[in-house]
Design a protein around this ligand. Structure first.
Ligand code: KIV
Ligand code: NA
Length: 257
């Protein structure tokens, strides 16, 4: 059965861990969906695949292009699409225009945006009242890399309290779930306990309601990866070996036979 936002909240109540991964095209999305991944995120970590240094240059057109490909590969998972940098921060109206494009043009189910209270709560409420499901994202927010770097957030009691309040404000604004990125594990546990909506952690410890990783990291395709990522295979190595074998066979006139 197709995953819904109501289902996610039900799974939180039941203590069933939610599994999320990123995807950037049809082929990857189809494989993830066939395994039964619950949430497929067309994250702006797509920037890695496109060769950008940060998530900042990514455009709404690029995002739509990849989200459409992902949509074609998915039957079950809930598809969430990141709104790129400066496609939603200007005003709730700008956010609605671009989030609307995501739902109407790609067939994805929800959008994700970074930031909490006070910056984003009015925007989240505006999208939700229009019928657009929104996933929040607090803690380390990579679109703020020029302000924050990529350091862990919420380390002092005051900073931790601020992130907790942001998460509460996002839930009150109507977000259906929140990503907690690179924050102390006890803080993530506290937030997860406080909220009714599911938290999806990345670098936030085991007490979140679900976990997400960037699939290029999981597959060993990234040139550098954050300390909290985990590779479950090394596709870079496998690809190099396969391509070398092909090149050698062609040069030795062994392929085709
Ligand atoms: O862009 C992305 O991949 C993300 C995840 C790390 C949550 O936002
Ligand atoms: Na992202």
């Amino acid at each position: 059965m197709a995953v819904t936002i109501q289902q996610l909240i039900e799974w939180k109540k039941q203590g069933r861990a939610i599994v999320a991964l990123t995807a950037w095209d049809y082929a990857i999305a189809h494989l993830l969906d066939s395994v039964g991944i619950d949430i497929i995120l067309v994250g702006d970590s797509l920037s890695v695949i496109l060769g950008y240094e940060t998530t900042l240059p990514l455009t709404i057109e690029e995002m739509l292009h990849h989200a459409k490909a992902v949509r074609r590969g998915v039957k079950q998972a809930l598809i969430v699409v990141d709104l790129p940098f400066l496609t939603y921060q200007e005003s709730p109206q700008q956010a609605l225009r671009n989030a609307g494009r995501v739902l109407k043009e790609t067939g994805a189910h929800a959008v994700k945006l970074e930031g909490g209270y006070p910056a984003m709560t009015a925007t989240v409420a505006y999208l939700v009242q229009a019928g657009i499901p929104v996933m929040g994202h607090v803690g380390l927010t990579p679109q703020s890399i020029r302000q924050l770097g990529l350091r862990q957030q919420g380390k002092t009691p005051e900073a931790g309290e601020r992130i907790l309040q942001e998460a509460i404000a996002l839930e009150q604004a109507g977000a259906f779930s929140i990503v907690l990125e690179h924050i102390p594990h006890d803080l993530a546990a506290q937030i997860s306990q406080k909220l009714t909506i599911p938290t999806i952690g990345i670098g936030a410890g085991s007490k979140c309601d679900g976990q997400v990783l960037v699939t290029v990291d999981v597959l060993g395709l990234s040139e550098r990866q954050p300390p909290f990522a985990k590779s479950y295979t090394n596709l870079s190595e496998a690809i190099v070996q396969a391509v070398q074998s092909f090149a050698t066979e062609v040069r030795d006139r062994k392929f085709p036979e």
